[in-house]
Design a protein around this ligand. Structure first.
Ligand code: HEM
Length: 187
């Protein structure tokens, strides 16, 4: 790991800094249907330089931590850490994330800088259980609350970051569409 200030972060360059947003909507699984939680959130992105793999691949690294609180009672009800990675040579964006339910995933997607607007970029990544970009989870979660697919679209500019994500979860004998959306501003 090196070059925190000089790495070529490509389209990740817009992410760095602290973002806050209070327009979050979470739809999550409950035994008797969906639970809907309006939320507010802080995300902090830091430059983590770049790394070489097998002396061939270079990945530029944005490291983040996000915290989410319920509007109704200010309770912290979701926490997440991860990395967004930029593989310039392969025009690939990677999102590695871990949530403290004992679920981690590695989602990937293509990003063509020549077709992108430099002021506002959009990344789309997907992970699927058993897929090329995958999901790992504890034996308990595999048995009781299995994540089978994750898709995310994130748009970021100098002042605004928005995302929309869908997590498919097999729980309570059904497949739930667990969604989270928010719009954040740079602070
Ligand atoms: C802003 C993002 C997110 C928020 C606010 C959020 C919130 C929630 C909430 C409120 C529940 C229901 C908990 C309960 O019933 O006690 C839940 C369940 C769950 N979430 Fe999320 N979640 C988010 C993102 C994710 C992501 C990224 C994943 C995995 C990739 C994930 C996986 C799960 C799973 C597997 C469950 C089922 C566990 C259970 O309900 O017992 N969530 N989430």
């Amino acid at each position: 790991m090196a070059h925190e200030e000089t790495a070529d972060y490509g389209p990740l360059k817009h992410l760095f800094g602290t973002w806050k947003g209070d327009k979050g909507i979470d739809v999550s699984p409950e035994p008797d249907g969906d639970e809907i939680n309006p939320y507010y959130e802080t995300i902090v992105f830091e430059k983590a330089g770049d790394v070489d793999n097998a002396e061939i691949q270079t990945l530029a690294i944005a490291r983040y931590h996000l915290t989410v609180r319920r509007q109704s009672n200010d309770e912290a009800f979701h926490d997440q850490v991860g990395y967004w990675l930029w593989d310039k040579a392969n025009e690939t964006i990677i999102h590695a994330l871990t949530i403290p339910r004992a679920v981690s995933l590695l989602a990937g997607g293509k990003f063509d800088p020549s077709k992108a607007d430099d002021d506002e970029v959009t990344f789309e990544v997907v992970a699927e259980l058993g897929g090329e970009w995958g999901i790992v989870q504890s034996p308990f979660m595999k048995d009781k609350a299995k994540t089978t697919k994750f898709t995310q679209k994130l748009t970021v500019s100098a002042t605004k970051l928005s995302y929309s994500e869908t997590t498919m979860v097999d729980i309570y004998g059904k497949t739930y569409t667990h969604t989270d959306d928010n719009v954040l501003e740079r602070v």
